[in-house]
Design a protein around this ligand. Structure first.
Ligand code: KDG
Length: 311
């Protein structure tokens, strides 16, 4: 059984071959993404056996996304194929002020996730036996059923199992839904990851101390701030680590890579500071490529770079 399971929607990704408005782009590179699937890839790259659980359509985009994940070593046994609904798609537009993600995922196979997943003969046991189940706020926005699934996974008695939650605020997905559902979800998780900007939009503050007071539930809250540093608040202690200084090509996916690194560190029993460092290292590999995921840093290099920090 995989150590970790990440649940959510994976999508086909069309990356433009040039920057500028979509109407001027004539060719795209076909890839795959989806925040939770990216986290699964990232954790596998760092050596943690991880499954991605979700739904894809019975179409080429779905087959390609699952093939890519399997080829990266992600356990895809728990993926369901929806006979009717299509695989979701996002198209990236790269402009002078950053990237915009255009979603084509209303009514997608992925958005048809629901609490019945817990009784699925394959996905159910994967979820029940994992040491860590990773979720994100994106899934909560996809449909009523997907929100119910997130609630059910957070509500279940979990013994030693960690349920981790990345806020992943995507305002475009919340236009017809009420984002106030997010706070109780965050508060029910064991480890929460969020950025100061998105926290300010969703919870009214990005200040770590105030977030701690607003979310007393999680054992750890990791706050990533504008100054490119991340702070882990665990119990009464705080550890802060700066990000690596890299030439950023495109930032989408870096948050997922950071989560993969942080959670891998947690599963390895690292102290929070070392978890943060591993998060930053993994994020750096994604910041320097145009797609959602970069080739993982080689394990020996990771160990070297982490070497000086305490375990
Ligand atoms: O974090 C990267 C994701 O934003 C990207 O893969 C698309 O999952 C996605 C989303 O819903 O924004």
């Amino acid at each position: 059984f995989p150590t970790a399971v990440s649940v959510g929607e994976t999508m086909a990704v069309l990356l433009p071959d040039q920057t500028g408005p979509l109407e001027d782009v004539s060719s795209f590179h076909h890839s795959s993404g989806g925040a939770e699937a990216n986290v699964a890839r990232g954790m596998v790259a760092l050596g943690i056996p991880t499954a991605w659980v979700g739904r894809v359509g019975d179409d080429g985009f779905g087959r390609r996304a699952v093939r890519d994940l399997s080829a990266s070593g992600v356990d895809t046994r728990g993926v369901s194929v929806d006979p009717v609904r299509p695989t979701g798609l996002y198209v990236k537009e790269v402009g002078p002020r950053g990237s915009v993600l255009h979603y084509y995922r209303d009514g997608s196979a992925g958005s048809a996730l629901g609490p019945e997943l817990l009784d699925d003969p394959v996905a159910g046991p994967l979820l029940a036996r994992a040491q860590l189940v990773h979720l994100s706020g994106i899934t909560a926005a996809l449909s009523d059923g997907a929100l119910e699934l997130v609630r059910a996974l957070l509500r279940r008695p979990r013994g030693e199992r960690l349920v981790t939650f990345d806020l992943n605020w995507r305002p475009a997905l919340w236009r017809r839904r009420d984002p106030s559902v997010l706070r109780p979800l965050l508060d029910a998780a064991d480890i929460v990851m969020l950025g100061t900007d998105e926290a300010a939009e969703v919870l009214g503050t990005g200040d770590p101390a105030r977030l701690r007071a607003l979310l007393p539930g999680p054992a750890t809250i990791v706050v990533k701030d504008d100054a490119h540093q991340a702070t882990a608040l665990t119990g009464g202690t705080a550890a802060t680590e700066p990000a690596l200084n890299v030439e950023v090509v495109e930032p989408v996916g870096a948050g997922d890579a950071f989560a993969a690194g942080y959670l891998t560190g947690t599963l390895r029993g690292y102290v929070p500071r070392r978890c943060l460092r591993l998060g930053h290292l993994a994020a750096a590999a994604t910041l320097v490529v145009p797609g959602d995921h970069g080739p993982p840093p080689p394990p020996a290099l990771v160990d070297d770079l982490l070497g000086a920090s305490p375990r």
